[in-house]
Design a protein around this ligand. Sequence first.
Ligand SMILES: C[S@@+](CC[C@H](N)C(=O)[O-])C[C@H]1O[C@@H](n2cnc3c(N)ncnc32)[C@H](O)[C@@H]1O
Length: 272
Amino acid sequence: MTDTSYTENAAGPTTSDEHRAAGHWLLAKMGKKVLRPGGIELTRKLLTQLNIGTGDKVVELGPGIGRTAEIVLAGNYATYIGVDPNQDARAQIAKVLAGHHDASVVQGDARNNGLPDASADLVISEAMLTMQSAADKQKIADEVFRTLAPGGRWGMHEMSLRPDDVDQSVVDQISKALSRTIKVGARPLTAADWTKLVTDAGFELEWQGHNSMRLVDPTRIIADEGLRGALRFFNNVRRNPEARKRILAMRKVFHDNQQNLGAIALVARKPA
Ligand SMILES: C[S@@+](CC[C@H](N)C(=O)[O-])C[C@H]1O[C@@H](n2cnc3c(N)ncnc32)[C@H](O)[C@@H]1O
């Protein structure tokens, strides 16, 4: 499998090449704003668990086009910093942050985010870790630990595999099929392995939530984007045969593997 770690030049949301664009940017180009596996439903459950307060300094790693940032900025928080290596994503999220003097977006990489030690109370990351190699996942977990103040929490939302003792050949086959269609190296973990990732970095697991992985099913699209947003998306896809072909292929891979593929959210705490 090729190394598909993100770079500043990774094909972003405005790329004109439907063959080449990473799956999430293709969806974004068609007007989809929710790009995480468990949909807005699992994001809302995660945010309820995080219960962001007026004193909380929030960092979001890989905010993409900023759907979660929109929700965070509409509620309580002290400061918000989005960290994304992708220039197009930063341009999109800057629009979401406009007018919020306590919110900013910086160019950065979750593996080495450049933020001071213990400078955040909450770190949020969604649909960002799955695409990292095993070594980078651990590097990012360690980096989140460094960035959080004691007692701070990390809320993550990712693709998951099930059951916990899923056969390695199934894992390999799913990773390969996902990577081929979304054109980003996708390496989801089981719930047990996501838990191990955070506990190995020193966190205590506080909460775990699940949802089905139906990112591009029509009912989930309506739930995530609202009726108007969904209709806009369906119309854009209908008018773009290349994009339609790719999105149908993505849906088929998610559907064919639904028995083993899901979405997981975790809240992990850095001990006080
Ligand atoms: C699938 S999108 C998810 C966007 C958003 N979190 C969401 O759930 O809608 C992945 C995002 O992670 C960002 N990303 C990828 N690798 C990253 C890294 N090493 N550090 C920080 N962000 C990264 C991408 O640029 C993109 O914005």
